[in-house]
Design a protein around this ligand. Structure first.
Ligand SMILES: [Zn+2]
Length: 316
């Protein structure tokens, strides 16, 4: 799964912020929302993996880029076929969804009866459509750019007011694609070339909204991912052990350093490492730093280590 930088940032925050921190509740809400989004995207991946595309096709998940005006685009999935390019927005909103087309107002009613407005997914997707249509025209590619909003939560009810809107339940995706195949003619297009052009356009977007957190607002320790970061792991003979669930890991430290890098700094000293992961002995920390093969800078008391960006690549 291709997760966004924003997800890693919010995940790091929610697993590290002290529970009584003032920012904790809304960060936790945001984290749950993002997790639901990821579940939705995984369901879409399974549905598309099961679908038999007629001709050549490619799917790019979580396509992110910045346009020439400096604004960002985040698209859940781009389906590239030889007949059309389909933008897929995945929604995982519970309750009943309503739409007032004349006002572009998109809302949902929770099971408790609370009515609230949501960002309009059709307008979001339309904006992506305009953007990509422009690029395809620039590249001389005559592929129609289309979009669909896919609801991945089977319990969600779509109100009649959405009748004429491009939104379907995920289970309808295969039929929707079949209809597009019937409707559109094959175009002379090199999908590898198109995928390369789109990749060149894409970039990793930075976290949306950074909360300034000092180390004093964070929980220390190597935290157990299996226990949803609730428990601190102990270091014992080269292994990190969770006393709660029994998980033993050599690599749990990578995730801790990854979170340190995201939230605090990409530099860490021996002393900072000891304080953060909870090792008292300086020699043990030195040995650990050696094993982690972090690049070392400075000299004497000014020695620090650089936590590389791809340290997360070692964990997932
Ligand atoms: Zn555990």
């Amino acid at each position: 799964m291709h997760k966004s930088e924003n997800f890693y940032y919010v995940e790091a925050l929610v697993s590290r912020l002290l529970i009584d921190d003032g920012d904790f509740p809304h960060i936790q809400d945001e984290y749950y929302r993002m997790q639901a989004g990821i579940v939705g995207e995984e369901k879409l991946q399974r549905t598309l993996a099961d679908y038999h595309f007629k001709e050549d096709a490619k799917v790019l998940y979580n396509f992110e880029c910045i346009n020439d005006k400096g604004f960002s685009h985040q698209i859940d999935a781009l389906i590239l076929t030889t007949r059309f390019l389909l933008i897929v927005e995945v929604k995982q909103i519970s309750g009943t969804l309503f739409y007032k087309p004349a006002f572009h107002e998109f809302s949902r009613q929770t099971e408790e009866g609370i009515l609230e407005n949501f960002p309009n997914p059709f307008d979001q997707a339309f904006r992506h459509q305009l953007f990509l249509s422009n690029w395809l025209e620039n590249w001389g590619i005559q592929l129609p750019v289309l979009f669909i909003v896919v609801n991945a939560n089977i319990r969600t009810k779509l109100d009649q007011s959405l009748n004429n809107s491009p939104i379907i339940h995920l289970s309808g995706m295969p039929q929707f694609l079949e209809e597009l195949y019937k409707k559109y003619e094959m175009v002379n297009v090199d999908l590898n070339d198109l995928a390369n052009k789109l990749s060149a356009l894409s970039c990793r977007l930075p976290p949306r909204r950074k909360v300034k957190v000092g180390i004093h607002r964070l929980r220390n320790g190597v935290l157990c991912e299996k226990c949803h970061f609730q428990h601190v792991m102990r270091y014992n003979r080269g292994l990190w052990v969770c006393l709660q669930c029994g998980e033993k890991s050599k690599d749990a430290i990578f995730l801790a350093l990854h979170q340190y890098r995201i939230l605090i700094s990409n530099r860490i000293t021996n002393r900072e490492l000891r304080a953060f992961v909870g090792i008292e002995c300086k020699a043990v920390a030195s040995k650990l730093l050696n094993r982690l093969q972090l690049e070392q800078f400075g000299s004497g008391r000014g020695v620090y280590y650089l936590i590389p960006e791809n340290i997360s690549g070692q964990i997932r």
